[in-house]
Design a protein around this ligand. Structure first.
Ligand SMILES: Nc1ncnc2c1ncn2[C@@H]1O[C@H](COP(=O)(O)OP(=O)(O)OP(=O)(O)O)[C@@H](O)[C@H]1O
Length: 307
């Protein structure tokens, strides 16, 4: 079931298109990773999804309802966090959540206890918001977004201020919410690796334009793999042996050669044997996937070349 859809969404400020003809669709239970550099148009897209700003043209639908025509009813089923969350600084974590629960007309104790547990905020329940670390502030923001157990979660850079442990925690929480509870999660990020670890689908936006939309599986298969071999001081000798069998090798740093062809990546043992037989034993042999960031930048770069 489709939960989020934009149709040729465009937002212009003056003559500048900050978001240009973005069409995307997110099904129930998906974690959609909306990936782009700073200024790519992620926050603007998210704000239009949430009805906070009006599109210049195009449409936004949540649960099949056009956002511009839907009343406040819609927001009972949507949780969101856009940019750095705010909280009442003099209130404790629990008080902030109780207040939010009250505003949402929820039975406070149940929902507040549940989200504090989900986000491991129990230990900070009685700490005033102004004394929280940036990461815990962000968790408080997420807790507020989850308080009413919404079906759609829309989160702008949700792991921005978190430490590595916090990132893993939030990632696992979001995956669980999607997989086990069927929630639909839309998150923006500028870190490909982060998105790749939790998203079922990834949309890459650059300069307001959607460049590519791929599933997590497609992403795994199109990422280039390379074979790295350590040849010590025998670089030239190794190259000659490899070239003789049709392998192209490039030196990436001293004594380390990189082979990009599929034959080498699929059968590194053949490469190792070939060199060992030639009296050139390897000090290292490993297959590595392309750096995620480089894939991201390549995708963006390709667009720039075409433009
Ligand atoms: N109200 C506005 N008036 C004019 N330009 C704006 C306005 N809001 C955003 N922009 C511009 O739109 C572009 C996209 O901004 P947006 O915040 O959507 O990007 P982003 O991908 O979310 O980046 P970031 O991660 O930095 O928030 C930026 O160049 C920004 O300066």
């Amino acid at each position: 079931m489709e939960q989020i859809r934009t149709e040729r969404l465009t937002k212009r400020y003056g003559t500048v298109s900050v978001v240009q003809d973005v069409s995307l669709s997110v099904q129930q239970g998906e974690v959609y990773g909306f990936l782009g550099l700073n200024g790519a148009g992620k926050t603007t897209t998210i704000r239009t999804l949430l009805g906070m700003i009006k599109p210049t043209s195009g449409d936004v639908f949540l649960f099949g309802n056009r956002v511009s025509e839907s009343g406040s009813r819609l927001w009972n089923q949507v949780g969101y966090m856009v940019e750095m969350p705010a909280a009442y600084p003099g209130f404790t974590v629990r008080e902030n959540l109780l207040l939010m629960a009250k505003l949402r007309g929820l039975k406070p104790s149940d929902s507040v206890d549940r989200v504090m547990k989900e986000l491991n905020l129990d230990a900070y329940a009685d700490r005033k918001a102004k004394f929280l670390s940036l990461g815990n502030m962000q968790k408080l923001g997420l807790a507020k977004a989850l308080l009413h157990n919404p079906d759609i979660l829309i989160l702008d850079e949700p792991t921005n201020a978190l430490d590595p442990a916090g990132i893993v925690e939030i990632r696992e929480l979001l995956i669980r919410l999607a997989k086990q509870e069927g929630k639909t999660v839309f998150i923006s990020s500028h870190i490909l690796e982060e998105v790749a670890k939790m998203a079922t689908r990834i949309g890459i936006i650059h300069k307001g334009v959607m460049l590519q939309e791929i599933t997590a599986e497609e992403f795994e298969t199109i990422r280039q793999k390379r074979l790295y071999i350590g040849v010590g001081g025998q670089r030239e000798a190794a190259r000659v042996v490899l070239a003789d069998k049709g392998y192209q090798a490039r030196e990436v740093k001293e004594g380390l050669l990189e082979l990009a062809d599929e034959r080498a990546v699929r059968h590194p043992e053949c490469v190792a044997k070939l060199l060992a037989d030639a009296g050139l034993p390897l000090s290292l042999l490993k297959v590595e996937e392309e750096e995620l960031e480089s894939y991201f930048l390549k995708t963006i770069g390709a667009k720039e070349v075409r433009a």
